[in-house]
Design a protein around this ligand. Structure first.
Ligand code: CAA
Length: 381
């Protein structure tokens, strides 16, 4: 694995850092008070960062997975709500590029990448199908010229603001995972409605909603890929998405490390600062080491994906370790900020609230461990 960035990767990483500093950081507080970061999305649309891996002809940056994780990490340091919105948009754009036809590329990619649409959304989870994704119940029944969708989706990031929602639905309920297909739905389709807005613990600027489909007619032209490969599309999307969420957690963890550094500097203990106190030093060392280890796992998974290799196990390892490292960093930031962290909108408290869900969405830590263990079992059998 090459740790040095290519000039193109470095350019994208720097671009993201610049936008994060100049734009996102200024609106992070408003996002933490529940304001969807529409202004940030517009700025990001102008840079191409909404489609890091999408060819420039469609408004993306023509980059790779290494560039994408660098970008998400930089955005997350400044505004985690924006980072997850952008991560999911990138994931949806990647799947349209990989599995879509030329007409779908032309119709969806420019609007996703240039910010005309605020987001892309990925609708897999359901009230009775979270971790066991293949047990989803949303039904897509074949009718003349398309499909009729009925069902419900839950915890859908950007489901209410997205210009396109990638929906997984059963076309053949008897065929298990192989009976699932993917569809591209758009707001305004008759029978497609947004339900409850989740009142979340963190990431308050990102929108999370339920979606309902009541006899929604989806034309054949909006099916993504052939019938029956929807579960594969979802898993391929999540292999990449898990690198992105790992990167997001590392970005938040690094922001927490900055909070720790400030707290250590500010708190004097007699003639010693916390920085020279061994207890604090050990915490700082542990936080930094875990974040670096998590980041290296993210880079390994991303570079395998760039090389076209299978990386489901490595993506799961990266996600579980990086998100737990990010959570550890935020916990230490709260501990070292002490009374200042009692303000729920303080930097430490915000990071603790924001980072928690990284261990849940795009597959819980338990699911990542399951994926890792299954791959290990398969490799020794
Ligand atoms: N790549 C390609 N294909 C894959 C794959 C991968 N990584 N993983 C599995 N598949 C294929 C298998 O090869 C198999 O194909 P065949 O039937 O042809 O052999 C098929 O998919 C079924 O695989 P499994 O038997 O392993 O499937 P399973 O039902 O046991 O489930 C699971 C596996 C890993 C537990 C999966 O259900 C899972 O990932 N669950 C977690 C769901 C999740 O992450 N949800 C997140 C929601 S999205 C989100 O959070 C986004 C957001 O808004 C922020």
């Amino acid at each position: 694995m090459e740790l040095r960035l290519s000039p193109e990767e470095s350019q994208i990483a720097q671009l993201a850092e610049q936008v994060a500093k100049d734009v996102l950081a200024k609106h992070a507080d408003a996002a933490d008070h529940g304001k969807f970061p529409a202004g940030n999305i517009a700025e990001l649309g102008a840079t191409g960062l909404l489609g890091v891996k999408i060819p420039t002809e469609f408004g993306g940056l023509g980059g790779n997975n290494i560039a994408a994780v660098h970008a998400i990490r930089a955005l997350a340091r400044a505004c985690p709500s924006t980072a997850v919105t952008v991560a999911v948009t990138n994931m949806v754009a990647d799947m349209i590029l990989k599995f879509g036809d030329a007409a779908q590329h032309a119709k969806f990619l420019p609007n996703l990448c240039n910010g005309t649409w605020l987001a892309g959304s990925f609708a897999l989870s359901e009230p009775s199908a979270g971790s066991d994704a293949a047990s989803l119940r949303t039904r897509a029944e074949k009718v003349d010229g398309g499909y009729r969708l009925n069902g419900e989706k839950l915890w859908i990031t950007s489901g209410d603001v997205a210009g396109v929602v990638l929906v997984l639905a059963k076309t053949d309920p008897a065929a298990g995972a192989r009976g699932i297909s993917a569809f591209l739905l758009q707001p305004g389709m008759e029978g497609f409605s947004v339900g409850r807005h989740e009142e979340k613990l963190g990431l308050l600027g990102s929108s999370t909603v339920s979606l309902a489909f009541s006899d929604v007619f989806v034309p054949d032209a909006n099916r993504l890929g052939p019938e029956g490969i929807g579960f594969e599309i979802a898993m391929v999307a999540l292999d990449g998405g898990r690198c992105g969420i790992g990167a997001q957690a590392i970005g938040m963890g690094e922001a927490a490390l900055r909070v720790i550094a400030t707290a250590v500097e500010a708190r004097k203990k007699g003639d010693r600062t916390l920085g020279t106190d061994q207890g604090a030093q050990f915490r700082v060392a542990d936080v930094a080491t875990r974040l670096d280890a998590g980041w290296l796992l993210v880079l390994r998974a991303a570079s395998l994906r760039d090389a076209g290799k299978k990386m489901a196990k490595e993506a799961a390892m990266a996600k579980v370790f990086a998100t737990e490292a990010g959570n550890f960093a935020a916990q230490q930031a709260v501990a070292l900020s002490q009374g200042a962290a009692l303000d729920r909108h303080s930097p430490a408290a915000r990071l603790l609230r924001d980072v928690r869900v990284s261990r849940i969405y795009e597959g819980t830590s338990e699911i990542q461990r399951l994926v890792i263990a299954r791959h290990l079992a398969a490799s020794v059998s």
